[in-house]
Write a protein that binds this ligand. Sequence first.
Ligand code: TXA
Ligand code: MG
Length: 323
Amino acid sequence: MTESLNRTDRDIAAAASLLRDGKLVAFGTETVYGLGADATNALAVAAIFEAKGRPLFNPLICHYESAEAAFADVLASPLAERLADTFWPGPLTLVLPRLKTCPVALLAGAGLETLAIRVPAHPVAQRLIAALGRPVAAPSANRSGGISPTTAAHVLASLEGRIAAIIDSGPCRVGLESTVLDLSGPAPVLLRPGGVNLEALEASIGCKLSAISHQPQAPHSPGMMRSHYAPRLPLRINATSIQPNEALLAFGPPIPGARLTFQLSARENLNEAASKLFEGLHWLDNTAPAHALTAIAAMPIPTHAVGRAITDRLSRAATPFDN
Ligand code: TXA
Ligand code: MG
């Protein structure tokens, strides 16, 4: 049984106490729902991998209450501190070398010498981490390879019965995972485009960021595996026409003739589209079969600002899940 909790002080304290006991609690962040465990408890962290069916080589993000707390566990740099000043709390994850004194379980970082850290902006996430008084390791709260959850209902649909509790934190504002930036090497590397505006990030760093290419065999950042975020139905991207068996994921004026449409943003607003992307994929995946539709066609999305993260997720979702 998965317990449903609310945002009251009492329920947040109950959730923190479950985490302290090594249990798993899903909670809202501004990006997507996270599946949280006490990051310093290796058994609890192992339970995350088990509940998600996640490969052990794919490391987790550690969520902190403040930049100060986060930087106590890693070797920060002036650039890291500047980016934290500008983008935290918020949808930016920084990968930095972990310190010898870092209390986070090695399994959370999949045994790597680096650690991914983030200070989330959502009040529920902040209150939960503060109540626990330790970092919270949290991947997206879905079964591995599935679509990330942006509502409590999405979380329950894939993890009900596998986790101790969920805090209903409302729909996620950003709707896409955080931007992951590797600062552990000589130059910053964008491991995953995400909720932060890319041009704003580049302006802050002072150079253009090139995304690393997909590496399905030995992924530098395992979340970069091509087949990620996949709906069950096959997905065709950059569609400018519709087939009789397809449901439509629309951006702007829909392609005429679609029998079932989910509109990401009628006014072609990229932030609105990002916030609805996973909701749309979940909805089409669940609704299309009742209309005898067997595939999803997604209209083209511009690739500037958060559009780059949207097209990144769609192209991964379009690659058949093969493991
Ligand atoms: O918005 C988000 O980032 C959400 C919320 C819950 O914070 N979390 C999330 O976690 O998306 P997850 O586990 O689904 O994605 C974490 C990504 C993965 O691509 C993982 O490979 C990468 O971060 N990552 C984590 N630690 C890393 C490290 N030390 N080096 C390189 N990549 C790392
Ligand atoms: Mg994920």
